[in-house]
Design a protein around this ligand. Structure first.
Ligand code: FAD
Length: 334
């Protein structure tokens, strides 16, 4: 175990804080050896650090989960079950599946981070979430050292939600995740932007690879690359509100975008609310709101995590004062 390690290379915001302890684990045995320590100390399990914000030095153990390996578990004429180690890079895993002709996660191309974190918030993009192809995950229970299997229903997946963020928070280390993918995929291009991008690419009969490429092109044109500009993607979740809240907003803002959600609720676009409140492209010292994507907060260089957090708080307060809607952070704050 290392001590007093800078986490700057381990979070895509590029925030320079120290972790009191640091350990990278390559296999289950190494994870098991750490369990007594984890039972006594604060810790954070991490993959790619693309959904974390450190507002101060971390007083516990930063555990980089680097369990690797991709294997085929089962195959029928129609489907294949593929299991990947938690430390596999998500985008490389998607490309691996696309190359093999396994369909279902191509719309999730280029999402940063690792496979092990993908169930944490049920990652999603362009009309697809991992819950749509999720088969099971295996996770190490910190209290008992047992490896437990979680099926779809056990995970309580929702919009950027799972049981691992709620009732079972900090109780399990996800070690591998399996997906049921199609050998004869139906492509999901219903998100208009994908169709428009395929048209720009002159693709008339798209393949899995074409859809993946279209998503990559769209994302590259819209989202800042953390290698060049520190960020953690969408900082806030899109709020899900009662229809009455939408109606109130619409009296002053008739063009407010909204999408149907479950139980008669409606989903609002957090980026739109932030933009209307005047925050898009705003800079506050070394931090700011991205000029193209109001949902993305950025570190222009040398920012402290607390500055990013303060900016996010000002946005939360302002959006609430303007629209009566309280934004919830998607990024995990430490
Ligand atoms: C440019 C950019 C674009 C993004 N676009 C999207 C998007 O389109 N859709 C989307 O859903 N997300 C998006 N994200 C957010 C992020 O990529 C995802 O949340 C991703 O799954 C995080 O993976 P990670 O390995 O980096 O997790 P980390 O940031 O390392 O960890 C995230 C959380 O998961 C926990 N965790 C990680 N690994 C494990 C494990 N093995 N066991 C238990 N807990 C674990 C951590 O403790 C933490 O709470 C984006 C981020 C960036 C920077």
């Amino acid at each position: 175990m290392l001590e007093n390690v800078s986490l700057r290379p381990y979070n895509t915001f590029g925030i320079d804080v120290n972790a009191r302890y640091f350990k990278e684990c390559l296999n289950l045995e190494e994870l098991r050896e750490l369990l007594p320590f984890l039972r006594q100390n604060a810790f954070v399990v991490s993959g790619g650090g693309s959904n974390l914000l450190f507002t101060k030095d971390f007083p516990g153990l930063f555990l980089k989960n680097n369990l690797r390996g991709i294997r085929e578990i089962e195959r029928s004429n129609r489907e294949v079950i593929i299991e990947a180690g938690a430390g596999e890079n998500w985008h490389e895993f998607v490309l691996y599946c696309v190359e093999k002709g396994f369909g279902g996660i191509e719309n999730l191309s280029l999402i940063p981070g690792c496979v092990g974190a993908s169930p944490m918030q049920n990652i999603g993009a362009y009309g697809v979430e991992i819950k749509d192809t999720f088969e099971y995950l295996d996770a190490l229970e910190i209290a008992t050292g047992e490896l437990k299997r979680f099926n779809l229903d056990d995970c309580a997946f929702g919009y950027r939600e799972s049981v691992f963020k709620r009732a079972l928070k900090n109780q399990y280390i996800i070690c591998s995740v399996a997906f049921r993918l199609s050998l004869h995929p139906t492509l999901n291009t219903s998100y208009g932007v994908i169709e428009a991008e395929l048209a720009k690419m002159n693709v008339l009969e798209p393949t899995l690879k074409d859809v993946s490429n279209a998503v990559i092109r769209i994302r590259q044109s819209k989202l800042p690359d953390p290698q060049h500009l520190g960020n953690a993607g969408s900082f806030f979740k899109n709020p899900v509100v009662e229809a009455e809240v939408l109606a109130n907003i619409a009296t002053n803002y008739p063009k407010v975008p909204s999408y149907p959600a479950s139980d008669g609720m409606v989903k609002l676009a957090a980026g739109w609310l932030i933009e209307q409140a005047g925050w898009k492209g705003k800079k506050m010292g070394a931090v700011g709101v991205h000029e193209l994507q109001a949902l993305v907060l950025v570190n222009f260089g040398g920012a402290r995590g607390s500055e990013v957090f303060e900016l996010s708080q000002r946005i939360v307060d302002d959006v609430e004062a303007t629209f009566g809607v309280r934004l919830e952070r998607e990024v995990n704050i430490f």
